[in-house]
Design a protein around this ligand. Structure first.
Ligand code: URA
Length: 234
């Protein structure tokens, strides 16, 4: 990549300004002043502008991962547990998870290296509903579903109205699909616990209109261009 473009894409200056910086001897490559305006930056070159090293920006990448149970939603762990990044075995970009899922929650998680995108998608004001399928202990009644639709006081806060659909009652448990757009820590577990039906299993099955589909547990795929645009504009 031409050095002026390299400097511009790092967000240091416009290309024209970069040319000026080069002409005035303020740009060094591997410690020597670079006075060739068309210099082609090589892999491993260290470019500095006014003494500051600039790094090539990683190409943004966007993935959808089906997180298994027993992984933490983080890039590293001080207790040496497995992290969701450990699952992204053939991705070299420095991806991180958008939002979080509990250690004991499975399901879809967006992984990216694009900080602005992550901020946008996880901000509650954009109201991207995340849908969870919960199997809860006991009989979760329609009456309780109505309470969740209004919002329940879980102690530290009152939940925002949720979309709730009872899927089935089976052997003393109830399967419920619930969509929320806040995503406070343990929110889904806390709301069912408050209503007397602790969560036995929890899986996130959709983020907005992006569904888990046939993505196998522990597998990931690239988000399509349409999905990226949809989330950006949500
Ligand atoms: N709510 C929870 O309680 N846990 C999750 O992992 C996600 C949402």
């Amino acid at each position: 990549m031409r050095i002026n473009k390299y400097i511009a894409q790092a967000g240091v200056a416009s290309r024209r300004k970069a040319d000026e910086l080069i002409a005035s001897g303020k740009v060094k490559v591997n410690g020597s002043v670079m006075d060739v305006p068309g210099y082609d930056v090589q892999d491993g070159d260290i470019v500095t502008v006014e003494g500051k090293t600039i790094a090539e920006k990683e190409k943004p990448v966007y993935y959808l991962l089906n997180k298994p149970l027993g992984y933490i939603t983080s890039v590293s762990d001080d207790r040496e547990r497995l992290t969701v990044v450990d699952l992204m075995t053939d991705v070299t970009a420095r991806v991180f998870p958008v939002g979080r899922l509990d250690y004991n929650t499975s399901g879809i998680l967006i992984m990216t290296n694009d900080g602005d995108f992550a901020y946008h998608v996880s901000h509650p004001k954009h109201e991207i509903y995340k849908t969870y399928r919960a199997r809860v202990n006991g009989v979760f009644s329609e009456e309780k579903a109505r309470k969740l639709r209004k919002g329940v006081d879980v102690g530290p806060y009152v939940t925002k109205p949720a979309k709730v659909e009872i899927v089935k009652w089976d052997k003393g448990t109830t399967t419920v699909e619930v969509s929320i757009c806040e995503g406070k820590n343990h929110e889904v577990r806390d709301m069912f616990k408050t209503l007397g039906n602790p969560v036995l299993e929890l899986e996130r099955i959709a983020i907005g209109n992006i569904k888990i589909g046939r993505l196998l547990t522990g597998h990931y795929r690239k988000l399509t261009r349409e999905e990226i645009e949809y989330l950006r504009n949500a």
